[in-house]
Design a protein around this ligand. Structure first.
Ligand SMILES: [Zn+2]
Length: 736
């Protein structure tokens, strides 16, 4: 989800110790002390730690509670470590949200006494809804009443008898206005004609609303009430002379009552997914435990490893699924899903955990589609790239975390702006270089600056870059939340435009990839769905070029494409960044097919092995050029390569240092398997090499060497930072 809409809320949410630096290409928020830890790619015995018991802390017990607003403690000050077992759980409500935020409650279930204009209608009164940059359009940031008196209300029709237990209230989302409701009353009705007030003993209850526009405030009713309709009735609000309007965003908590004709229906209602998966939110400890269980269930096709640690020392665990775990097999493409780069966008994490369980189960049941996928692909699943951020959001829970809490790394870094900006390097070169043959179009080295110890690069980012080097990924998706759309590179605009269509040379394949996910996702592909926040992506068939949405310099997708062979898109999985646990089975159903179909796309296009004609040895780092596509791919260690392409006929040329180039035609069909296009290259006799070498050859060698050199530097500085941080941590422990 856009950093922009998050950014305006950030300052309220982040601690004051953060310093905001606006420096050239990226927005950085730096914390005072830096405390990095190991970012190695070692295979670990991941669960050597102690046994874990997570204590949940039910904060609500409505029958005994006196009617008062529950205010959660502010910042999380507790440090997260692997040994920290007594974690505070999120607040658990007796009844789930009706789904104003998740859109389970439809627009026509929301009514109001009056509204200022269409863009501020009752259908906008949903928790966490985001306005656009401008106020005044049809996608404004709250329900706002037309009048300013105590008779205004927002009404929710639950459509069946419901035991209402509470309300969560939020102010208006806007850059320009400040509108919050300070206190409010609540009324119930069975027919929306006769209304009865929510009581606190013998008096009508008055609930505390908001003091700022962003923080969701929970109010639990003293006594729950069964009704079909509920009204939120503001009593006092922020009044700035004649300015302040009555505006709010809300969620309603309530348990739907059983159908009176079938007393046991709700108890026997099947879960909303036919798959038997662990549908709940998993914190760090629970995530580890689940991954371990999956590995124990399917030891032959899984392996758990860590790619490094977060700032706070939480490991970045990966589940590998393959018929030969731990090994790259010649010709077998490698795939990855990365979730939770923004810690508060939690659905991706749960879907990836669901996916590993599902694949294990289905493999054992001999589901041929899954067996085939596992045999032909090496799959890597990283459920949580930003575990520190996640833990912060998790403790507030799905309804009270707001829009931005937990998005950033512990140091305040937005990881999707934190990768080296290679786009600028490329575009500057294009502008300055008159000899086009000297330009490179792939495998861009990391800029020197980025490799220094002082570079403000998150430990999580460093770990992922290292991972990208160690494994020859072909395809990936970066799972986010807060919208429903699939975006594809580039994410960065060329001339710092706030938004501008900025295609890669592989535009058509990226559009195909994005479509593969979007068209099989059950919510995105529903033509009747309403837009999440302030942009109607249905008009774009739910796919968009990243830069055409908003400019994101330093994104993981752009880096992946320009620095490695891997193609990557971003999937925005749901309007709600942190769906309530009760939504998870439905979300799995919405995404199961898309997650599988997308992985299968790694088998599109052409692949093969590039060998020495005489020795049959594989040739690494050979360049695979496809005519008319200005982006090359390199072969990996054993000479194997993958070139994702749409169906069609392609002229492919392979060049390698010390060999004569070779060209052939490769035909890509509409099938779910790639065309094999092997190459056998003839060595240039040593004495002839000088004459035959094409111009610009030296530049290319230099490029490869520079790329390796910079990477080595990045690893060295990362190691140094990690050691310093480990020493500092050890010192701290001694003091305590
Ligand atoms: Zn995001």
């Amino acid at each position: 989800m856009s950093v922009f809409s998050v950014f305006r809320t950030t300052m309220a949410v982040l601690g004051l110790h953060m310093v905001l630096l606006l420096s050239g290409s990226s927005v950085l928020i730096s914390a005072a002390d830096v405390d990095f830890d190991a970012a190695s790619n070692a295979i670990l015995s991941p669960f050597s730690g102690t046994t874990v018991k997570t204590t949940s802390d039910p904060t609500t017990s409505f029958t005994t509670r006196v009617n008062k607003t529950t205010t959660r403690p502010p910042a999380i000050t507790k440090h997260l470590t692997e040994k920290d077992e007594e974690e505070e759980g999120p607040p658990e409500f007796e009844c789930p949200p009706l789904g104003l935020e998740s859109l389970r409650v439809k627009d026509n279930q929301l009514k109001a006494s009056s509204y200022k204009r269409r863009g501020l209608g009752p259908h906008r009164g949903r928790l966490n809804i985001q306005s656009g940059i401008e106020d005044g359009d049809i996608y404004d940031g709250a329900w706002c009443a037309q009048y300013r008196d105590k008779n205004q209300w927002l009404e929710v029709d639950a459509r069946r008898l419901t035991r209402f237990t509470g309300i969560i209230l939020q102010g208006r989302s806007s850059i320009w206005s400040w509108d919050v409701v300070h206190t409010y009353k609540v009324q119930f009705s069975n027919d929306s004609v006769v209304w009865k007030p929510c009581m606190n003993g013998t008096k009508e209850a008055v609930f505390e609303g908001n003091q700022d526009t962003e923080t969701p405030v929970l109010a639990l009713f003293n006594v729950s009430t069964v009704a079909r309709f509920i009204r939120i009735n503001p009593q006092t609000w922020y009044q700035n002379g004649t300015q302040g309007d009555i505006c709010l965003r809300a969620e309603v908590l309530g348990c739907p009552l059983p159908d009176p004709n079938n007393n046991y229906a709700w108890l026997t209602e099947p879960t909303e997914s036919r798959d038997k998966l662990d549908f709940r939110h998993h914190n760090y400890m629970e995530m580890r435990k689940l991954m371990k269980l999956v590995h124990e269930e399917c030891p032959d096709i899984t392996r758990i490893y860590s790619i490094g640690k977060s700032y706070k020392g939480l490991k970045l665990y990966v589940m590998e699924i393959s018929d030969n775990p731990g090994k790259h097999e010649l010709g077998e493409p490698e795939f990855r899903y990365v979730a939770g780069m923004h810690g508060n966008e939690v659905l991706g994490r749960e879907l990836v955990l669901n996916l590993m369980q599902y694949m294990c189960q289905e493999y054992k049941r001999e589901n041929q589609r899954i067996v085939h996928l596992i045999k032909e692909t090496r799959i890597h699943l990283l459920p949580s790239m930003n575990p520190d951020g996640y833990e912060i959001a998790y403790k507030k829970g799905s309804e009270l975390a707001g829009w931005a809490l937990g998005r950033f790394s512990y140091e305040g870094i937005d990881m999707n702006h934190n990768f080296a900006d290679l786009n600028s390097v490329m575009w500057t070169a294009i502008e300055l270089e008159t000899d086009r043959s000297k330009l490179i179009n792939h495998y861009f080295p990391i800029p020197e600056m980025y490799t220094s110890e002082e570079a403000f690069v998150a430990s999580e980012t460093r770990a992922v870059i290292n991972w990208m080097q160690n494994i020859p990924f072909v395809l990936s998706a970066n799972l986010h939340g807060g919208e429903l759309v699939v975006t594809y590179p580039y994410d960065m605009t060329r001339d710092w435009a706030p938004r501008e269509h900025t295609p890669t040379p592989d535009e058509s394949f990226f559009r195909w990839l994005a479509t593969a996910y979007a068209s099989t996702n059950q919510v995105m592909s529903n033509p009747d769905r309403r837009p999440c926040h302030n942009k109607d992506f249905l008009r774009y068939n739910n796919i968009i070029n990243g830069a055409d949405w908003h400019n994101v310099p330093g994104s993981m997708n752009d880096f992946s494409y320009l620095h490695t062979n891997c193609f990557e898109v971003t999937v925005e999985l749901s309007c709600d960044k942190f769906p309530h646990a009760s939504e998870l089975p439905t979300e799995w159903e919405n995404n199961r097919e898309s997650l599988l179909v997308y992985m299968e796309q790694v088998h599109r296009g052409i692949k093969g092995v590039i060998r020495d004609k005489d020795t049959e040895a594989g040739i690494a780092d050979a360049i695979i050029k496809v005519e008319d596509i200005d982006h090359h791919i390199r072969s990996v260690a054993d000479g194997d390569y993958w070139r994702l392409l749409n169906p069609g006929e392609y002229t492919v040329t392979v060049t390698a240092e010390g060999y004569l180039p070779s060209t052939r035609t490769c035909q890509v069909m509409y099938d779910y398997y790639p065309t094999i296009c092997d190459f056998r290259l003839t060595k240039i006799p040593a004495r002839k090499q000088k004459e035959v070498l094409p111009k610009g050859k030296l530049t290319k060698d230099l490029q490869l060497r520079l790329r390796q050199l910079r990477l080595r530097k990045l690893r060295v500085t990362t190691k140094a930072i990690n050691q310093r941080r480990a020493a500092a941590a050890a010192k701290q422990v001694k003091k305590v």
